[in-house]
Design a protein around this ligand. Structure first.
Ligand code: GDP
Ligand code: IMO
Ligand code: MG
Length: 427
């Protein structure tokens, strides 16, 4: 049995956590392949409401091995706090159930301070990062000066290396940004303790996944963020510093493309974005406010209000291509109930010309000039949260989904109509 990759098709928060939780029932391994605790994945099942940041969304299933993969960046201090919260809920977060790849890079408190400092310096051109230190950590990784999780195996040696990196970060905080140094001694002692606690969790993640695949086991690759936040193919510079697309799963877990049989793109039935950057179908009016309220569109990680807008098929077509999507899972369809008409962007107008293609490579300035060309579809007024088959949906809701499939060429095999595990329409 092979790899199923689950990615966000928009700007994140599409409902990846709940879809991964659904797939995890049939999986042996659920592995996060990118990002860090900038992610916030919600799983509502078995009487729990989990807000997961680093721990994979398969954690509710005792039979599933949860791996934090090589492509991720892990803040050891927040990981331990998250594990504590889960342990308090009675969940198993022992090394038998949860594993951390030795090649994952570590986020230090000074990475967070640098993230904040860099955002402040950018002023009104700030990216609107989650200030979790994600960018500075991937930058250190690319500079080849970062710390890898595997170094925690020897806590004393690790503490020395961490101290040197903290000192280097403090140099920048003080001399480049004119800020106060972070308390190095305290940080190193916290990291030393964290290393002792996390050492038993360390594994060779690619070896673990490779062995599982050789034994015919089923691996779910859980993406964080979304396609348009991809460092290479997203709306640069308003992106994250990793690869949330399906290609990121290959690099971030150490599997080959032939192992992947299914790539599911999660698409919210409308569009949201947190942080700065262009957003062609954004609704900066009462309707946008209505969607934010009804859809509870406030960040799982930062609590920031999410910007809301109409569904954008130009984005979904792009996501289908760059991820090689085999299926869409359309989430939060229930939030659109009660609207008289729905709008769906089918193309853009750019400088007087119609374009069908998402212009990601031309950068944020070009995207900011794009005006959506909408199609209008009738809405529906019924409560659809109890629908479990496509035919249970009102005709207008069925037509909306069919139109998404026509515009993208990808089947919407899964449709979620509520946040709970059961609230899902299956193929
Ligand atoms: P993720 O980051 O992609 O995992 O998504 P988040 O967890 O950040 O945000 C998705 C939010 O929508 C969470 O609060 C989910 O509980 C909720 N949610 C997911 N699917 C549905 C759905 O179909 N209907 C409703 N009403 N809420 C949903
Ligand atoms: P999940 O996995 C939505 C956004 C931030 C900012 C940009 C860069 O829950 O979908 P970063 O801290 O990564 O350097 O911030 O990326 N961002 C997310 N937006 N969902 C997420 O994760 C996000 N993770 C980062 O808001 O615009
Ligand atoms: Mg989220």
């Amino acid at each position: 049995m092979p790899v199923t990759v689950i990615v966000g098709a928009q700007w994140g928060d599409e409902g990846k956590g709940r879809v991964v939780d659904y797939f995890a029932a049939q999986a042996d391994i659920v592995a996060r392949f990118n990002g860090g605790d900038n992610a916030g994945h919600t799983v509502i099942a078995e009487g729990h409401k989990l807000a997961l940041h680093l721990v994979p969304s398969g954690i509710l299933y005792p039979h599933v091995t949860c791996l934090i993969g090589a492509g991720t960046v892990v803040n050891p201090l927040t990981l331990l706090r998250e594990m504590e919260t889960l342990r308090d809920l009675g969940l198993d977060v022992s090394p038998a159930h949860l594993k951390l790849s030795a090649a994952a890079h570590l986020v230090l408190p000074t990475h967070q301070a640098l993230d904040g400092a860099s955002e402040t310096r950018r002023g009104y051109e700030a990216i609107g990062t989650t200030k979790r230190g994600i960018g500075p950590t991937y930058a250190d990784k690319a500079q080849r000066v970062g710390l890898r999780a595997g170094q925690m195996r020897e806590p004393n040696v690790f503490a020395e290396a961490a101290g040197a990196l903290v000192d280097a970060h403090n140099e920048r905080l003080v001399h480049l940004y004119g800020l106060k140094a972070q308390p190095a001694g305290q940080i190193v002692s916290q990291l030393h303790q964290a290393a002792e606690a996390l050492a038993p969790y360390l594994v060779d993640g690619a070896a673990l996944v490779g062995r599982a695949l050789a034994e015919g086991k089923h691996v779910i690759a859980e993406g964080a963020q979304g396609t348009l936040l991809d460092l290479n193919l997203g709306t640069y510079p308003f992106v994250t510093s990793s690869s949330p697309i399906s290609g990121g799963a290959l690099m971030g877990l150490g599997v080959g493309p032939k192992d992947v049989v299914r790539v599911v793109g999660i698409a919210k039935a409308y569009t949201t974005r947190v942080g700065a950057g262009p957003f062609p179908t954004e609704l900066e009016d009462a309707l946008g406010e209505h969607i934010r309220e009804v859809g509870h569109e406030f960040g799982t990680t930062t609590g920031r209000p999410r910007r809301c807008g109409w569904l954008d098929a130009v984005i979904l077509r792009y996501a289908a291509q760059v991820n090689g999507l085999t299926d869409f899972a359309v989430s939060k369809l229930d939030i659109l109930s009660d609207l008289p008409t729905l709008r769906l962007a089918v193309a853009y107008e750019l400088d007087g010309e119609r374009i069908e293609r998402f212009p990601a490579e031309w950068g944020a300035e070009v995207l900011a000039r794009c005006r959506p060309i909408y199609e209008e579809l009738p809405g529906w007024q019924e409560d659809i949260s109890h629908a479990r088959h496509r035919k249970d949906l009102p005709a207008a809701a069925q037509a909306y989904i069919t139109r998404i499939e026509e515009l993208t060429g990808v089947p919407a095999s899964f449709i979620s109509v509520g946040p709970e595990r059961e609230a899902m329409i299956l193929p």
